[in-house]
Design a protein around this ligand. Structure first.
Ligand code: LLP
Length: 382
């Protein structure tokens, strides 16, 4: 990913910064859309993973719609030219102003997560003289076998509507003149690498949608959310996720009724591998029985290791010296500001570039100004 010319370009840039390989992004999208087309599915890219405008432009041009979780994401998707009929909007806490943005934008659907939310959307839609299309986000009570902070489909999680509430939800919808139920939505978690989770999801969907069809409610759309994981330990061998295997499992296990449309909301699997956080080593410091490589990038630039104990591949892309072990840390005043412990890297010196790989998803978007640090800017391969 980092040839001589790229490294030469980095020399003149102020670190830390995000670097995006747009040709890998395009290749990933090609492979993804090939599968989507093969099955006639619909895809809405989850903006929350990376909302860089240039990246969004490429994703839009590849034909994907947008999956949003805030009014600002809806507004951004509309501004960048995503077709309103390809925009979906989820989230347990949509504010009135955000709902109004989405109603005025005439988006495809709200993915609704509670009865009070449906009531508020109904009221706001009535005041604007509109009918809001909604899908019910269902909590299928499935363990996605991923980090607890990004598991969203278990009964104890705050997300979605559980089966015991279906009767009252339907009652609410039936008395809401400005609501039209168009489908069911699911998203059970993120960075899911155990593909049997998706098989289980398909089986649960079958049981859950039957509850509705038995009551004479037609489910025109099924949205299976996102969640497909990527290989953080080895981003180079297979930089593009196994979309073929993933969609094969879905197609084999999901029962689709005639005319029903199937939707997905990929985030991480589209953008993670095309991004790296590029930093320079500020100091190499001796600790008790160890060496610290102190970077100029920290948890304020990439919070995943501190928040989810995630490990991203760390690569000294300057040095080719003999391999030693380092604890690789950032400059922030927290002990959780650590990218890796006991990491094997070639002899590392002040000024070396260290690339923190697979940082295209949930990296720059989760950046913050803790310690009054500047937000890392971005550069592109093209
Ligand atoms: N749809 C919904 C409703 C979601 O909540 C999410 C992600 C996605 C789709 C996209 O999921 P993906 O394909 O990216 O797994 N910050 C965490 C990940 C949070 C995921 C939140 N929801 C991380 O850095 O691992």
């Amino acid at each position: 990913m980092f040839d001589k010319a790229t490294l030469g370009r980095f020399e003149s840039l102020q670190t830390p910064f995000y670097y995006y390989d747009l040709s890998l992004l395009k290749e990933t999208l090609e492979k993804y859309t090939k599968q989507i087309k093969k099955y006639g599915y619909h895809a809405h890219y989850a903006l929350k993973a990376n909302a860089d405008e240039r990246i969004l432009g490429i994703i839009k041009d590849a034909g994907l719609g947008a999956d949003c979780v805030s009014g600002n994401e809806v507004a951004l998707a509309l501004k960048l030219g995503f077709a309103p009929e390809k925009i979906v909007y989820a989230g347990v806490g949509k504010s009135d102003a955000e709902i109004i943005t989405a109603l005025k934008g005439d988006i495809f659907a709200f993915n609704c997560e509670s009865i009070p939310e449906i009531e508020v959307i109904n009221g706001l839609a009535a005041s604007l003289g509109k009918v809001a299309r909604i899908s019910l986000r269902i909590n299928p009570d499935i363990d996605a076998h991923t980090h607890k902070y990004i598991s969203t489909g278990r009964a104890q999680d705050k997300f979605g509507i559980s089966q015991w509430m279906f009767d009252s939800v339907l009652e609410t919808i039936n008395k809401s003149a400005n609501i039209k139920l168009i489908g069911l939505h699911f998203h059970v978690g993120s960075q899911i690498t155990d593909l049997s989770v998706f098989k289980l999801l398909c089986e649960r969907i079958d049981v859950l949608q039957k509850w509705f069809t038995d009551k004479g409610v037609k489910i025109e759309n099924l949205n299976l959310g996102g969640g497909l994981g990527i290989d953080y330990s080895d981003p180079d061998t297979a930089p593009i996720a196994d979309f073929e295997g993933y969609f094969n499992i879905i197609a084999k296990n999901l029962k689709v009724s005639p005319g029903q449309k199937i939707h997905f909301e990929p985030g991480r699997a589209i953008v993670a591998q095309c991004g790296s956080l590029i930093s320079r080593v500020l100091y190499v410091k001796m600790g008790k029985g160890k060496k610290f490589a102190i970077l100029d990038a920290g948890m304020n630039d990439l919070i995943r290791p501190a928040l989810y104990q995630a490990s991203h591949k760390l690569q000294n892309i300057t040095s080719s010296g003999r391999v030693l072990k380092y604890d690789v840390v950032g400059p922030i005043c927290e002990s959780s500001d650590r990218f890796g412990k006991n990491i094997a890297m070639p002899l590392t010196r002040r000024g070396d570039f260290v690339a923190i790989r697979s940082a295209g998803a949930y990296g720059q978007v989760m950046g913050m100004r803790y310690n009054q640090k500047d937000l890392a800017p971005q550069y592109y391969s093209e």
